[in-house]
Design a protein around this ligand. Sequence first.
Ligand SMILES: *[C@@H]1O[C@H](CO)[C@@H](O)[C@H](O)[C@H]1NC(C)=O
Length: 424
Amino acid sequence: MIQSPSEVFGGPVQKTMKRLFAVTLILTIAFAYFIYIPLPSTVSEPWKLMILAGTFRGFMQMGTVAHTLGLTHHTDVLNLVASSFGLLGSESSENLRVSDTAFAGVEVRVFQSTLREAGELKRGVVYIHGGGWALGSARSGSYDCLCRKLAKDLDAVVVSVEYRLAPDVHFPVQYDDVLQASRHFLQPEVLAQYSVDPDRVAVSGDSAGGNLAAAVAQQVAIDDSIAIKFKVQALIYPVLQALDFNTPSYQESQNVPILYRTVMIQFWLEYLAADPEHLHALLLNNHTAQDQNQVASARAKVDWVRLLPPSVQKQYKPVVQPRGTPRILEEVPGLLDPRASPLLAERDVLVQVPQAYILTCEHDVLRDDGLMYGQRLQEAGVTVTHDHYEGGFHGCISFAFWPTYFSVGIQSMQNYIAWLDKNL
Ligand SMILES: *[C@@H]1O[C@H](CO)[C@@H](O)[C@H](O)[C@H]1NC(C)=O
C-alpha cells in the first residue's frame, strides 16, 4: 500500500521529528541561558566571547567542586584541562628550530628562526606567558603558536620562559625564575651561541607575564652586574598594582569575561601566598585605607585621579576608606613590593627602563594599570607607544589562533609584532 504524504507526516516519523525539535529548542534555550551574560555594546564579537566565557566558567566550576571536595587545588584542574587540550611538542618546522632546554636551571622553550644564513646576528625576545602566575605554559597551544610566529615574522630567537607556578610556588619565585633565565640569556657568550645581537633584545609578556616582564625590565635596568640590557619592553595588558581594586576599569569591567575582578584579586592573593579571606577587604580597598600612613607614598603612585585622562575616569569616584584593615599589609608585605607591583617603582628606577610598548583593552579590569604605568614612564622621560583596543577584552591576543579566532585578537597580535619589528 502506498501511503499518502499526509499519512507519513502524521505518523511516527512526524512525532519523532516534533520531539527532536522540542528537545533541540529546550537545549538551545538552556545553552543560551547558561552562556548569556550582558556585555558592553562595544565589545568585539560578543557571542563568541560569551561561548568562551561559558566554557571557562564550566571549567572553573569543575575546579571549585574538586577543590571543595578536597581532591585537588582548583588551579590544578584548570591546568589539567588546558594541558590535555594542547601542550605542544617542540617540533621544528620550516625555517624554525624549536628546542626545550634550561637557562640557569629554569626551563625554557627556544624558538630560533633559521631563515637567513648562519653567522648573521638576529634579534632576541624573552617572552613570558600570562595566566595569573598560576596557569598557562610556554608549551600550550596559544603561546607556542605566538612564539613561533614572533620568531618567524621577526626572524628572531624567542626564549619562552617556563617559570614555576602557583600554588606550588609563590612570589618571588615566579619573578626570580624569569630574572634568572633573562640574566642567563643576556650573557655575551650565550647570545653569541644563539647568534643574537646584544643591542637588540626585548622582554615581553601578557597579563601576569606582562607584570613579570615589567618587573624584570626594571631590575635588569638598575643592576650593574648585568652588562647587556634590554632594548625594549612590550607589555600586553599587564597586571601592575594591587593597591587599588577600584580603578575606573576595575569598576567598569568587573563582570566582563574572561578576567573578572574577583578572579584577578584571587590570583594576587595566591601569588602573594596570602589568606584567600582577604578578598572581601581588598574588594573594598580596605588594605589601603586613609588611616594607613605607611602607604601614602605608594598610594600616590596609583593615584588615578592624577594619572588617568578624564575621558577614562568618566563618572567613577575613587574608593578610599577612612578606616580599614591595617594588618593585611603587615601580613602580606608583597602588596607594597615593586617586584610584584612594578607601578610602585620609584622615579629613579623608571628613568632607567627601556622604551615601552603598552597594549590595553577597553573591556579589561587591567586597562588602567597599563594606562597609569604608561603615564608614569612618560613622566620619567621614557618613550611609550600606547596601543588601545576599544572592542578588546582581557586575553584577546591568546585568541588569535585555532580554535578560537577573534578579529580583535588577530589585529592586536599583528600590531604588536609590527611594533617589535619597527623598534627592536
Ligand atoms: C573594612 O574595614 C572596616 C574598618 O576597620 C571594618 O569595619 C570592616 O569590617 C572591614 N571590611 C572587611 C570586609 O574586611
